[in-house]
Design a protein around this ligand. Structure first.
Ligand code: DAH
Length: 339
């Protein structure tokens, strides 16, 4: 029969090599379990004489206690080690720099609308918006468009029904403003417009305009010119000059198109201005009395001016963009350049 002390040495050796709760439990079962080696010794003592039994019993009991203590010790040590191991694994380096999140930015068209709006806001204009699905009345009739005006044609305009359409211009917002507010009026209206154009480098069936309308007592063409000249200088540079070319729009009389001297070459002629030194930038004019009358405005007391510009065109000029379709392709390689 093995001596209890030998068992203690063996248990010590095994526990030293134990690296998990399972290992420790195996040691406990092997020595202290019901069928364990120490239990076997205690069981077999019946055949011994009393003196021997007393000695062996005492030795076995003290070895049992010793192994029990060793097991408890090892368990405590191991759980400390496991905890440290977990701490190590979960260690966070609080000095590590944060993860950089790539922020998006406004679409270049939105940026351009914001830039245009800022300039007019600084002159005391407010921003108003109108619906993209308009009535024929607001988009054409009330804007003094002749019954046979070509833009009314099905080939130019997306009709929803006979009387509703996707607005072809932001000018109907002039009508909505005149109908809903009393002068003095001083608004701009950015928004989306639609025409049945086939997409190419300079055309898109969906595009954006910014409309402007000012109605007050004693407003003249000089106010229009001063306002739009100021706008051009703020938008493209203090050195640009403007000129007004007679034109026709049904809703203004007189009507004009404003050109500005080319901001790229200063007016000597280059690729941007196609050699002419001038760039066409917007349409404008004195609000036609027929339009003011739609809102019951007394055209003896009140006059006004209006203007409308293409946002894509201005953005393309400013950034040297050659193809309008780039705006609508959602390619971040393009969009990401406008920070
Ligand atoms: N609505 C015109 C267009 O789409 C632009 C325009 C011209 C607007 C003259 C105006 C204006 O308010 O006075 O071509």
């Amino acid at each position: 029969m093995e001596r209890p002390e030998t068992l203690l040495t063996e248990a010590e050796r095994l526990l030293a090599g134990a690296s998990s709760e399972t290992d420790i439990e195996a040691v406990r079962i092997r020595f202290l379990g019901k069928k364990g080696e120490l239990t076997a010794i205690l069981r077999s003592m019946g055949s011994l004489d009393p003196e021997e039994r007393k000695q062996l019993g005492a030795a076995a009991n003290s070895v049992r206690d010793a192994i029990g203590a060793l097991i408890d010790e090892k368990k405590a040590a191991l759980s400390g080690a496991l905890r440290n191991e977990r701490f190590e694994a979960e260690r966070i380096d609080v000095t590590e720099p944060g993860r950089a999140y790539r922020l998006g930015q406004n679409h270049p068209i939105t940026q351009t609308i914001d830039e245009i709006s800022e300039i007019f806001l600084s002159m005391g204009y407010s921003i108003t918006e109108g619906p993209e699905v308009e009535t024929v009345f607001h988009n054409f009739d009330a804007l003094n468009a002749a019954p046979n005006h070509p833009s009314r044609d099905l080939t130019d305009t997306f009709y929803i029904t006979e009387n509703t359409l996707l607005r072809t211009q932001t000018s109907p917002v002039q009508v909505r403003t005149i109908l809903s507010k009393k002068p003095p009026l001083k608004v701009i209206s950015p928004g989306r417009c639609f025409r049945t154009d086939t997409p190419d480098a300079t055309h898109s069936p969906m595009f954006h305009q910014v409309e402007g309308l000012l109605v007050d007592e004693g407003v003249t063409m000089a106010d229009l010119k001063g306002t739009l000249d100021f706008f051009a200088k703020r938008m493209f540079g203090a050195e640009v000059k403007t000129k007004f070319r007679p034109h026709f729009f049904p809703f203004t009389e007189p009507s004009a198109e404003m050109d500005m001297s080319c901001f790229a070459c200063g007016g000597t002629g280059c690729r941007v201005c196609k050699g002419s030194g001038w760039i066409e930038i917007l349409g404008c004019g004195m609000v036609h009395p027929n339009v003011l009358k739609v809102g019951g405005i007394d055209t003896e007391d009140y006059t006004g001016f209006a203007f409308g510009m293409g946002v894509e065109r201005i953005a393309m000029l400013k950034h040297g963009i050659q193809d309008i379709r780039l705006f609508y392709e959602n390619d971040v390689r393009f969009l990401g350049q406008f920070v």
